[in-house]
Design a protein around this ligand. Structure first.
Ligand code: GLU
Length: 382
């Protein structure tokens, strides 16, 4: 039979792989169906309940039949409340997306042309590289030093094709939080080289040890080139609601709305009502969650220290230990996580998936008993 050439898939889609983190969801379900005592420290998702005011507001919206289309950019009430949190911003600068993942996808689609380069410090959240490729751009990976930005390496990687620098602080997968002085230098590099800045701040409130959090938004002179994304998922345990947002210069925001209008249209209307309720809640919830995550960070870090070298994360909810001395005969971190899964039923994400082999990512936003059980099982195998 003659092989059909017209039934081939696009080059674009052939070049990309499935989300390295999201693929754990079906795997977990399969292992559970097989009756294995699985503990997943893989997917970055808080395990506690969504706060009741969010649930009540969502139910209330459903009871009121708030089930129709909303404005593409998001409900005016939500976008106004969000704009109030960013000096100089107006509701036109806010676009609400189906999670900050879609916001990031849309940013690259909006700013990248063929051959445009986006600078991404390594290790990086797995979807960044694929999202840049899907937009026809080229991810340019830049090394870090002990998980902190290597500013000279960032400066050296700027070429005439560079379109943007992407900064993710607190970082997924390392938990690194970048100090204000380093962000100031990044802002300066963007200014003098006339580049966009992209700030993925999905974990902005989860910064520990009373450290002040610095955002690229703090630098007023780069706000006309900065596209920032944040999310309701992690802070309010609303991962399934799929509500995130971008704060962007007006021209970029309106271009992203044009794209959004052909892609999904608005974010689920009643989920947006849940998000409004989340914003109206007292900050005490976030403070309590941050305190609890800091305690879990300490608990997990004490467990990991005797097992592997690991830099203490200052934010987010991941450990990213160096497991290289446990790799035998050319094994990769993926082989290591497979071995751990087979022998202990604990699911971890290989560092390769974040562009850094010899490491694994461990999510510590899990119940304490599961964390301790998982570390005991790993310790026994090692
Ligand atoms: N951001 C989370 C993670 O890194 C959720 C999965 C995803 O959206 O990729 O595990």
């Amino acid at each position: 039979m003659v092989k059909s050439m017209s039934l081939t898939l696009s080059y674009r889609i052939q070049k990309i792989e499935e989300s390295k983190t999201a693929r754990f969801i079906p795997l977990m379900e399969k292992l559970k169906r097989q009756g294995r005592p699985v503990i997943s420290l893989a997917i970055g998702e808080p395990t506690e309940d969504t706060p009741s005011p969010v649930i009540e507001a969502t139910k209330g919206a459903l009871d009121r039949q708030e089930t129709r289309y909303s404005a593409i950019a998001g409900l005016n009430e939500l976008n106004t409340a969000l704009a109030d949190r960013f000096p100089d911003s107006r509701p036109e600068n806010i676009v609400t997306f189906n999670g900050s993942k879609q916001a990031l996808y849309s940013i690259f689609q909006t700013i990248c042309n063929e051959k445009d380069e986006v600078i991404i410090p390594v290790p990086y959240w797995a979807s960044f590289a694929e999202q840049v490729r899907l937009a026809g751009g080229k991810p340019v990976f830049v090394k870090t030093k002990n998980h902190q930005l290597d500013l000279d390496a960032v400066a050296a990687s700027i070429t005439k094709f560079t379109k943007a620098i992407l900064i993710n602080s607190p970082n997924n997968p390392t938990g690194a939080v970048y100090p204000r002085k380093d962000l100031e230098r990044i802002a300066h590099l963007a200014l003098i080289n006339d580049l966009f800045l992209i700030a993925d701040e999905a974990y902005n409130f989860f910064v520990y040890d009373n450290q002040p959090y610095a955002s690229l938004y703090d630098f007023a002179d780069v706000r006309d080139r900065l596209i920032l994304t944040r999310s309701f998922s992690k802070h309010y345990a609303m991962t399934g609601f799929r509500v995130g947002y971008a704060v962007a210069p007006t021209q970029v925001a309106s271009a992203m709305v044009r794209l959004h209008s052909h892609l999904t249209g608005n974010v689920c209307t009643f989920a947006q009502h849940g998000a409004i309720a989340a914003l109206e809640m007292e900050e005490t919830l976030l403070l309590r969650r941050r305190k609890d995550l800091q305690r879990k960070r300490d608990l997990a870090f004490e467990q990991i220290k005797p097992l592997f070298p690991c830099i203490r994360p200052q934010g987010a909810f991941y450990l990213f230990p160096d497991i290289s001395r446990h790799l035998k005969n050319g094994e990769t971190s993926r082989d290591f996580t497979t071995r751990i899964l087979e022998k202990t039923a604990v699911v971890l994400v290989p560092g390769e998936d974040f562009g850094m082999d010899g490491h694994v990512r461990i999510c510590f936003a899990a119940p304490d008993d599961q964390l301790l059980d998982a570390f005991n099982r790993i310790r026994e195998v090692l």
